[in-house]
Design a protein around this ligand. Structure first.
Ligand SMILES: CC(C)(COP(=O)(O)OP(=O)(O)OC[C@H]1O[C@@H](n2cnc3c(N)ncnc32)[C@H](O)[C@@H]1OP(=O)(O)O)[C@@H](O)C(=O)NCCC(=O)NCCS
Length: 288
C-alpha cells in the first residue's frame, strides 16, 4: 500500500491563516513538520515539567447540544438545565443513560517542539483510500475520523514512516462549524470554537506503533502546526473510560477542564436523540 507523502503543508497553513483572517505564520510552516524518530523520544522534555504560561483563551461557557445543534448556555440556564437533567435521571433511572467524556485543553506555548525527523503531512484522498484498506480500518477512532472526512472535515494530519502510517488526527477550527453540523446527532458534542483555539479529535496510533512515544511526538508536531498558524490553545475530549488515552493526554500535558455528558432517553421519539451537556471545571469535579 502506498501513501502519498510529498504534500505541501503550506496549502493547509495558508488555508488556516486565511480562514482566521490573519497573515500566514513563520516560513517554517511552509514545509512538512519535522519531528523525531521513535528511537529518540524519551529524551524529549515534557510540558508537564514546565510551569504553565498565561491563562487560556478557551471558552468558559457551558453548552447544550441536541439534534445536531450546539448552543451556549447562560450560567443561570445551565444551572437549571443541569438540575433538570439530574431530576429526570433520578425519576427515570432505568430509562436514562449517561456517557461521559473529559474535556482537555493545552496551551500551545507550553508544548515543546517535536523531535527533528518526524514528518506530518496533510491527509489526502489517496491516503484515505489507503486507510480504508488498512488492517486498522475498523478501529473506532479511525472510523470516526474517516466519517469526518466523508462529511467534509478534510484538515487531518498523518505521520508516515517507511510507507506505513504511524499516527493520524483531525484538526478542527472555527471555520469547520458548517461541516461539523453535518455530523448529525454527534454534532451536539462540538461547540463553536473561539477564534484563537483549535480542536483535535480522532487520534489513532496504528497497531504496532503503540507505546513508543508516537502519539506524543505526533501531537507535538500537530501543536507546532497549530501554533505556527496563529492558534494559542488546543482542546480535545476523551471518553471517560478510555484509560489509555487519558493517561497519554495527562502525561503529555493536556489539562482536564470540563466534562461532556451525553444523555439518552429510552422513551418514544426521544430515544433517537442524544442530548449533550458540555460543562466546565465544576462538572469535572462532580462527576469524574
Ligand atoms: C491512546 C493512543 C493514541 C496512545 O498512542 P501511543 O502512541 O501508544 O502513545 P505514547 O506511546 O505516546 O504514550 C505516551 C504515554 O501515554 C500513556 N499510555 C499510552 N498508552 C497507554 C495504555 N494503553 N495504558 C496506559 N497508559 C498509556 C503512558 O503514560 C505512555 O507512556 P509510557 O509508554 O512511557 O508508559 C493509542 O493507544 C491509540 O491509538 N488508542 C486507540 C485510539 C484512541 O483511544 N485514541 C484516543 C482518542 S481521544
Amino acid at each position: 500500500m502506498t501513501y502519498v507523502r510529498a504534500i505541501n503543508t503550506g496549502v493547509f497553513d495558508q488555508a488556516v491563516a486565511s480562514a482566521r483572517h490573519e497573515p500566514r505564520g513563520p516560513p517554517h510552516a511552509g514545509g512538512p513538520v519535522v519531528c523525531g524518530s521513535p528511537a529518540g523520544l524519551s529524551e524529549t522534555v515534557r510540558p508537564h515539567d514546565q510551569p504553565p504560561t498565561s491563562s487560556m483563551s478557551v471558552d468558559s461557557r457551558d453548552w447544550l447540544g441536541i439534534g445536531g445543534s450546539c448552543r451556549p448556555l447562560a450560567p443561570r440556564t445551565s444551572t437549571r438545565v443541569t438540575a433538570g437533567l439530574h431530576a429526570v435521571r433520578v425519576v427515570l433511572r432505568r430509562r436514562v443513560t449517561a456517557e461521559h467524556w473529559i474535556r482537555y485543553r493545552i496551551r500551545l506555548a507550553d508544548v515543546p517542539p517535536p523531535a527533528p525527523d518526524v514528518r506530518l503531512t496533510p491527509v489526502t484522498d489517496d491516503v484515505v483510500a489507503g486507510l480504508r484498506g488498512h488492517p486498522d480500518r475498523d478501529a473506532n477512532q479511525l472510523q470516526s475520523g474517516l466519517r469526518f472526512w466523508d462529511h467534509g472535515l478534510r484538515r487531518a494530519y498523518v505521520w508516515i514512516a517507511d510507507d506505513e502510517p504511524l499516527c493520524i488526527q483531525w484538526l478542527l477550527t472555527r471555520e469547520d462549524a458548517p461541516h461539523v453540523r453535518e455530523l448529525g446527532d454527534w454534532a451536539g458534542m462540538y461547540p463553536v470554537l473561539p477564534t484563537d483555539c483549535a480542536q483535535v479529535e480522532n487520534l489513532h496510533t496504528f497497531t504496532g506503533a503503540r507505546r513508543k512515544g508516537v502519539a506524543t511526538q505526533f501531537e507535538y508536531g500537530l501543536c507546532a502546526i497549530a501554533r505556527d498558524a496563529g492558534f494559542e490553545d488546543l482542546v480535545t475530549h476523551i471518553h471517560a473510560e478510555n484509560a489509555a488515552a487519558r493517561g497519554w493526554a495527562e502525561r503529555m500535558g493536556w489539562r482536564p477542564y470540563g466534562m461532556i455528558t451525553r444523555y439518552q432517553l429510552d422513551l418514544p421519539v426521544l430515544r433517537k436523540y442524544g442530548l449533550f451537556l458540555l460543562g466546565n471545571g465544576a462538572t469535572v469535579r462532580a462527576t469524574a
